[in-house]
Design a protein around this ligand. Sequence first.
Ligand code: F0G
Length: 362
Amino acid sequence: DFEGERNVWRYEAALPVDDGVSLPEGGTQLHDVPGLEAEIGVERLRVKHEGMNPTGSFKDRGMTVGTRVAQKVGVERLACASTGNTSAALAAYGARGGMETLVLLPAGKVAAGKVAQASLHGARILEVDGNFDTCLDIVQDMAMRGEVYLLNSLNPFRLEGQKTIGLEIMEQFRDEEGSYPDRIVLPVGNAGNTAALYKCFRELVESGAIDESEVPKLTGVQAAGAAPMAEAIEHGWEEHQRWDEVETRATAIRIGNPVNAPKALPGIRETGGTATAVSDEKITEAQRDLAGEGVGVEPASAASIAGLRKLRAEGVVDDDEEVVCLTTGHLLKDPEAAAEAGADPEPVPGTTAGVLEYLEAN
Ligand code: F0G
């Protein structure tokens, strides 16, 4: 349907169905950020801004596939647990596909823009007294009982769609720079994207499209208050340990039990990547720095830049590397966090003379 356009369904050959419930999604910008590139000190830095998808996050790439599969299977009610973005995407794609949607959100821990989206697109919103991991436990149980069709990233069809992030990065970077990136740095919550990118690169190698040596190093970044994957990598553990207590300003990645870790940890290790954790202060700083280059992202997204900055300072990332940071969600998803990180409005009188006088004095 979208032949010639830059979107997810250009990559139909790599996807499990012919077409999707589509808004359409994908084809996002690969920004240059010269200020950050120079300051962090890498050969090349690009930012793949997934906040530019129809509902403002990368989740749309998975939902276009997942909701089509749900239609084919013939289910009535779609459901997910969510820190916000998945619920917004599910609500929109469910509405588009004519299906009922149910979302379980951790009460009080979801950014305003995301709840508003889920609400207006017509999802039933259940505010759960518990964190995201509890929500996911419940919705998994409900799916096992046949009550709902699960559209969290445990659903493999979601991750098939999210593989197109990797396909686009490789294609765009090669077209613009003549090479493939050495490293991809991304925020990690449930580790779905990390697992999807790893599968994407394995398929590219197996098909002969790229050489094993051309696979970018997968580098995951978590918030320090919710960092079970970074902990597992640091200690060389085979599996992560579930964190029961989690807290971070980056509510999108406020997750203590990344369910895709069994698929993501091998991806990080086998590509020669790593995982690290960054403080909320560093996340806010990176969010401001990205905004200063015109790229507006929500806090979780800025974790990728904060993580790259940390790994570069530690010498884990070299100065000759070509790096793509993934920014996963739009600034407007979390207007409260953006307003807190930015400058305060200044009250002035309602006259030109009053405004000019104020500007002179301040
Ligand atoms: N960034 C944003 C903005 C997210 O919303 C999420 C996940 C992630 C990063 C982490 O991605 O799970 O693939 O490692 N959000 C999910 C949600 C959990 O419910 O919206 P991941």
